[in-house]
Design a protein around this ligand. Structure first.
Ligand SMILES: [Zn+2]
Length: 288
């Protein structure tokens, strides 16, 4: 959706920086963001005890599907924790997380905006059964909410990425609430379930964002540790490695934004980067 507002050349340049950098201003260093409730010892409460999460499937026919996409199957992820390691709020200011406290060699895939709607990506997710969480923006998907329904039906999470993708730090409390609550309402209407997670565009947030999210029924603000580009990830940490519990940011983008690379090719690249570091993919909603 950024292309709607900026020239094509600038959009191509922005691809390399990910959703974290926009035109509206600088990015917060995520390491400086407080994570008040991401305590490993916090009880998760009533959300526990539901159906176990679904990770990558390692059945033989799934192995064939991985070969089709030029990949090796993932190791099965560990069972979801009995107690979610991230405690979420009860209507007050919500926690802000960039990773999940866990020792398991798992990472979490999140995909933002929703501009690219490639049918091949739906086919790929149906075959590979990789859990992803989709942070969707109304202005990017309002012409085709239906594209994401099969992805939701596969068990992938639908989450809030605002109505119009503003830099929330430039907005007052009431306008932030309109952006967040408005998209909660749209997503609930379209997909039949109210999102629990929200990501502020460009990763820009302030205390008004935390308060507004809580008032809108959001339980946690989700940032990221790595940002997938075209073939490689941008790492926030100096060691340029995945760490257990990292949240990875990717985007629904196609060839016009990825220098000719398709959404599925980008996804293959991302899964290879995860595999070659010995990680598997788990479901974010099982941990938050
Ligand atoms: Zn975005």
């Amino acid at each position: 959706m950024r292309k709607r507002y900026v020239g094509a050349a600038l959009a191509a340049a922005l691809v390399m920086t990910g959703c974290s950098v926009g035109l509206q201003g600088p990015v917060d260093p995520v390491g400086a963001a407080p994570t008040p409730s991401a305590s490993a010892s916090a009880p998760a409460g009533a959300a526990d005890g539901k159906a176990p999460g679904k990770g990558p499937d390692t059945a033989p026919d799934t192995a064939a599907a991985y070969r089709k996409w030029g990949l090796k199957p993932f190791a099965a992820p560990p069972a979801p924790p009995k107690t979610k390691p991230v405690r979420t709020g009860g209507g007050g200011p919500v926690p802000v997380i960039s990773d999940i406290p866990t020792k398991d060699k798992v990472v979490f895939i999140t995909i933002d905006d929703g501009a690219e709607k490639d049918p091949k990506f739906v086919e790929m997710m149906r075959e590979l059964k990789i859990p992803v969480t989709m942070f969707l923006t109304d202005s990017a998907i309002r012409t085709d909410y239906g594209y994401f329904k099969p992805l939701q039906q596969l068990g992938n999470g639908v989450a809030n990425h605002t109505l119009t993708h503003p830099n929330l730090r430039t907005l007052g409390a009431a306008a932030q609430e309109r952006e967040i609550c408005g998209q909660q309402t749209r997503l609930a209407k379209e997909y039949g379930t109210t999102p629990r997670l929200m990501r502020p565009p460009f990763g820009n947030w302030n205390e008004d964002t935390r308060a507004a999210a809580g008032r809108c029924g959001v339980e946690a603000i989700v940032l990221w540790r790595e940002s997938m580009q075209i073939t490689n990830m941008q790492y926030q940490r100096g060691d340029k490695k995945l760490h257990p519990g990292d949240i990875i940011l990717a985007h629904f983008r196609g060839p016009s934004e990825l220098k000719g690379t398709t959404m599925t090719e980008m996804t293959v690249n991302m899964l290879r980067r995860i595999q070659e570091q010995g990680f598997t993919v788990a479901r974010l909603e099982d941990y938050v």
